[in-house]
Design a protein around this ligand. Structure first.
Ligand code: SF4
Length: 399
C-alpha cells in the first residue's frame, strides 16, 4: 500500500508543533475548549495524543504496569495508565522522536468530561504532580436532544475557565481573538470533513487507518492556520486520487464502517489485513468526532458549548444510532465492525444492543471484536483475524 504524501508532510508539521511548544502551555482534552485556551494566549498540549503515541510506538506495555503499582486499575483507560506510567518512569517517546527531554510542562490543565470521567482522574493526577491549576468542564452527559439550558450550563463553566486563564496569562481574553480562533476551528473542521468524505468515492483514496494518522492536526492544532493549510494540501492529493480512480485498496470489494477506538499498536497490521482481504475501512465514528459543524465565530461561546456537547460519545443511544446511520448511508458501507475496547467502555458501543439495532434498522451486518486502544493484553491478533475474515467472506458472498 502506498503511503499518502500528506502523511510525510505531517511528520514535519508535528515536529514543529512539539519542538516549538513554549510556555505558557495549557493541557487540554481532545474535545475540550482549545479555542478559549489559544485565544487567551496558551499553546495547547493534548495528553490523549501522547497516549496514542505510547500505543502506536508500542511502549505502553512497559509503562502501564507502573501505573498499576500506583493504584490505577488494569481495566481503566489505558491512555491514562500508559501516560501516568511513562511519567512515573520519567520517559516519553517524544525524546526518541523529537529529542525532547520530557512532555511539556503545564501552566494550566483543562479537561472536559464530555467524553468520560476518566479524564478528570488523569488530569488531576498531573495537577497534583505539577502543582498546577486544574479546571474541569462537566457538561450534561448522554443527551438525546440538547436544550438551551444545557448550553447555558456549559457556557457558564467556560466563563469560569476564562477567569482562571486570564489570571494566569495576566490579561483579559480578547473577544475578537476568540472569534477568530473559532473561525479557524470551524474552517479546519470543515476541511477535515471534506478529507474524510473523499472516502465516499469507490474505490476510496484513504482508509480509517490513514485517517487515524491524518487526524492529528484537527486534534492538536485545531484553531490555527497551520491546520487549515495542512488539510487544504491533503485535499488536493486526495481529490487527485479520486479523479484518477486510485484507491487505497486498489481492488476494493467490501466497504466497512469502523465503530470505536483504533487499536493504536496494531494500526499497520490491521490496515494490511483489510487490504489483503480487498476491504476498505471507509468510515468511522472516531475520525468523524472532530467534525464540528456548529462552530460560529459570531457566537463563539454558545456555539462551542453546543459543538463540544453534541459529540457522539456524549449522546444517548437513539441519537448514536441516527448518527451512525447517516454516516453509513453517506459512505455506502457493506458492514460494520465494532471494536469493544476493554479499557474504554465510554467509546465501546457494542455493549447495549446498538449492533442489533443497527442491523435491524439498516439491514447491514455487524461484527464485534475484543481489543483495546493501547493495552494489547486485551487484543488477540489471531482470533480477531479469524473473526473478521469470516465476516468479510460473508459480506462478499452476500454482495
Ligand atoms: S474516552 Fe476512553 S480512551 Fe478516551 S480518555 Fe476517556 S476512557 Fe480514555
Amino acid at each position: 500500500m502506498a503511503q499518502l504524501k500528506s502523511q510525510i508532510a505531517l511528520k514535519k508539521l508535528l515536529k514543529d508543533y512539539f519542538i516549538g511548544m513554549k510556555s505558557p502551555i495549557a493541557w487540554c482534552t481532545s474535545a475540550g475548549p482549545a479555542e478559549i485556551l489559544r485565544a487567551l494566549g496558551f499553546e495547547v498540549y493534548f495528553p490523549e495524543n501522547h497516549g496514542a503515541l505510547l500505543g502506536a510506538s508500542r511502549t505502553a506495555e512497559k509503562y502501564i504496569p507502573r501505573a498499576h503499582q500506583e493504584g490505577y486499575d488494569g481495566e481503566i483507560c489505558s491512555y491514562l495508565t500508559a501516560d501516568i506510567g511513562a511519567w512515573l518512569m520519567k520517559e516519553t517517546p517524544l525524546t526518541k522522536i523529537y529529542g525532547l527531554e520530557s512532555i511539556p510542562t503545564p501552566d494550566l490543565i483543562v479537561f472536559n468530561t464530555n467524553q468520560c470521567r476518566e479524564v478528570a482522574e488523569w488530569f488531576n493526577f498531573f495537577g497534583r504532580e505539577y502543582d498546577c491549576p486544574v479546571v474541569g468542564i462537566f457538561p450534561p452527559r448522554y443527551l438525546e436532544e440538547i436544550t438551551q439550558a444545557e448550553i447555558d450550563n456549559v457556557v457558564s463553566q467556560f466563563k469560569g475557565l476564562i477567569e482562571v486563564g486570564e489570571k494566569i496569562i495576566g490579561k483579559p481574553l480578547d473577544p475578537e481573538k476568540l472569534s477568530e480562533t473559532v473561525r479557524l476551528s470551524f474552517e479546519g473542521s470543515q476541511l477535515w470533513k471534506e478529507v474524510l468524505e473523499t472516502a465516499s468515492h469507490s474505490p476510496s483514496p484513504l482508509t480509517f487507518f490513514d485517517g487515524c494518522i491524518l487526524m492529528a492536526p484537527i486534534v492538536v492544532l485545531r484553531g490555527t492556520q497551520i491546520c487549515l493549510d495542512f488539510y487544504k494540501e491533503a485535499l488536493v492529493e486526495l481529490k487527485e486520487l479520486v479523479a484518477q480512480n486510485e484507491g487505497a485498496i486498489p481492488k476494493e470489494k467490501v466497504r466497512i464502517y469502523w465503530e470505536g477506538m483504533p487499536v493504536w499498536g496494531r494500526l499497520r497490521s490491521l490496515s494490511e489485513f483489510f487490504a489483503e482481504n480487498q476491504t476498505s475501512v471507509v468510515a468511522s465514528t472516531y475520525c468523524n468526532s472532530w467534525v464540528f459543524d456548529h462552530f460560529d465565530p459570531d457566537n463563539p461561546m454558545e456555539s462551542m458549548a453546543y459543538a463540544y456537547t453534541q459529540i457522539f460519545i456524549n449522546r444517548g443511544e437513539n441519537t448514536k444510532l441516527e448518527m451512525m446511520k447517516d454516516i453509513m448511508e453517506k459512505f455506502e458501507v457493506d458492514g460494520v465492525v465494532f471494536h469493544d475496547s476493554k479499557t474504554c467502555f465510554n467509546n465501546a458501543n457494542s455493549r447495549f444492543g446498538l449492533p442489533k439495532r443497527v442491523e435491524e434498522s439498516t439491514g447491514i451486518d455487524t461484527v464485534s471484536f475484543d481489543g483495546d486502544l493501547v493495552d494489547l493484553r486485551f487484543f488477540s491478533e489471531g482470533q480477531t483475524r479469524t473473526k473478521l475474515e469470516t465476516f468479510i467472506e460473508q459480506l462478499k458472498y452476500d454482495k
